[in-house]
Write a protein that binds this ligand. Structure first.
Ligand code: HEM
Length: 336
C-alpha cells in the first residue's frame, strides 16, 4: 500500500470515529422519540383549561374517574388549613379563658359551709348513662382530633409506625363507640328533658350572672340556665355529630361527593365547638365549683350546696319526699 493509500485509510477511520462519537453524544443529550412527559403536558393543559382532571375509566365506581376538581381542592384546603385554625383557636382559646377565669375567680365555694346532710340528686341509672356517654365522648374527641391534627402534631413525635398503629386503633374506636354514644345522647334527651325546658326563672338567673361570676345565688329548679344550655348543646350537638358521622361512616348511601364534603365539614365544625363546650362543662363540674362533682360521683349533694344553687328544686324535693328525707354524711376523716 502506498503512503497516500495508508493516509486515506487513517483519515477515513478517524472520520468514522468522530462521527460515531458525535452521534452517541447527541443521542444521550436529546429526548428519545417517545416523550415520557407528553401525557403530563396534556393533563397540565387540560387542568389549566378546565380546572379539573377527569376522564373515562374502566373501574365500576365512576366517581374514581375524576382525579382532581375545584370543590375537591376547596375541601382539602378546609381540612388541612381552615379546620386546623378553627379547631386550634376554639379549643386552646377555651382552655386559656378557663385558666384565666379560674385565676381571677377561683373555685365557687359553698359559702355557708357544708351541712353534713345530703340529698339524692342523680340515681344510679342517670349516673351510668352520664358516664357511659362522657367516656365515649372523650374517646371520640381524642380519636377524631387525631384525624384533624395527628399528622402535623403527633406523626413527627412518635414516627410513622407508631402513628399508623395508633391511628388504626383510634379509627376503630371512633367507629364503634359512636353507637353507645348515640344511645347515651338519646337517653339523656329522654331522662332530663322535663327539667330542661327554658322558663322565666332562667332569665332572672342569667341577669344575675348565675352566681359563678359574682357571689350571688339566683334561684333555680333542678337545672339552672347554664346547665340547660349544656343539656341542649349535648342533645342538639350530639344529634348533629351522629347524623353527619353516620353519613361519613357509610359513604355514598344516599349522597354524592358534594354531600360527603358537606357532612365532613359539618361534623368537624360541630365537633370542635362541642369539645370546647364540654371543656367548660368539665371545668364547672370539677375545679370550678365546690360540691358539684359528687352529684355525678356519689349521686348526692350537700343540702347547703342545693340551697345555694338549686333552692327551688330543694323545696320541690322536700315537699315531695318530706323534710327529713336527707342523709347524714359519713365522717370524711377515718381517724375521727
Ligand atoms: C355518633 C357519633 C359519631 C359518629 C358516627 C362519627 C363518625 C365519624 C367519621 C366516620 C369520621 C371520619 C373518619 C375518617 O375520615 O376516617 C369522623 C371524623 C371526626 N369526628 Fe366523629 N363521629 C361521631 C361523634 C364524634 C364526636 C362526639 C366527636 C367529638 C367530640 C367527633 C369528632 C370528630 C372529629 C374531630 C373528626 C375529624 C374531622 C376531620 O378532621 O376530618 N366525632 N367521625
Amino acid at each position: 500500500m502506498t503512503v497516500i493509500a495508508k493516509f486515506r485509510v487513517i483519515v477515513g477511520a478517524l472520520t468514522f470515529l468522530v462521527l460515531a462519537l458525535s452521534v452517541q453524544t447527541a443521542s444521550a443529550q436529546q429526548p428519545t422519540m417517545v416523550n415520557p412527559q407528553a401525557s403530563a403536558v396534556k393533563e397540565g393543559q387540560l387542568f389549566e383549561e378546565l380546572n379539573r382532571i377527569s376522564g373515562r375509566c374502566t373501574v365500576p365506581d365512576q366517581k374514581a374517574c375524576t382525579i382532581e376538581q375545584p370543590a375537591g381542592r376547596d375541601w382539602r384546603h378546609f381540612h388541612e388549613v381552615t379546620l386546623r385554625w378553627i379547631g386550634g383557636i376554639v379549643i386552646i382559646g377555651t382552655l386559656a379563658m378557663l385558666i384565666g377565669f379560674y385565676l381571677w375567680r377561683g373555685m365557687v365555694k359553698i359559702e355557708i359551709g357544708r351541712s353534713g346532710r345530703t340529698i339524692v340528686r342523680f340515681n344510679g341509672f342517670e349516673r351510668f348513662v352520664h358516664w357511659m356517654t362522657a367516656t365515649c365522648f372523650i374517646i371520640l374527641a381524642l380519636s377524631g382530633l387525631n384525624i384533624t391534627f395527628g399528622k402535623p402534631l403527633l406523626l413527627p413525635l412518635i414516627g410513622p409506625e407508631s402513628f399508623t398503629a395508633w391511628s388504626q386503633l383510634a379509627k376503630y374506636a371512633h367507629n364503634y363507640l359512636s353507637f353507645p354514644f348515640t344511645i347515651g345522647v338519646f337517653l339523656i334527651f329522654l331522662m332530663w328533658i322535663a327539667g330542661n325546658i327554658p322558663n322565666r326563672v332562667d332569665v332572672e338567673w342569667l341577669k344575675r350572672g348565675g352566681g359563678i361570676v359574682g357571689h350571688d345565688h339566683p334561684p333555680a329548679y333542678r337545672f339552672n340556665a347554664g346547665q340547660k344550655m349544656i343539656y341542649w348543646i349535648v342533645v342538639l350537638g350530639g344529634a348533629a355529630v351522629a347524623a353527619s358521622g353516620y353519613v361519613l361512616m357509610f359513604p355514598f348511601y344516599g349522597t354524592d361527593i358534594a354531600g360527603m364534603q358537606v357532612a365532613q365539614i359539618a361534623h368537624a365544625i360541630v365537633a370542635v365547638l362541642f369539645i370546647a363546650a364540654m371543656i367548660g362543662h368539665i371545668y364547672i363540674g370539677t375545679v370550678g365549683m365546690e360540691g358539684a362533682f359528687e352529684a355525678m360521683g356519689t349521686g348526692t349533694v350537700d343540702l347547703n350546696w342545693a340551697k345555694e344553687h338549686h333552692i327551688l328544686w330543694l323545696e320541690e324535693e322536700k315537699a315531695r319526699t318530706g323534710p327529713n328525707e336527707t342523709r347524714r354524711q359519713p365522717a370524711t376523716n377515718p381517724a375521727e
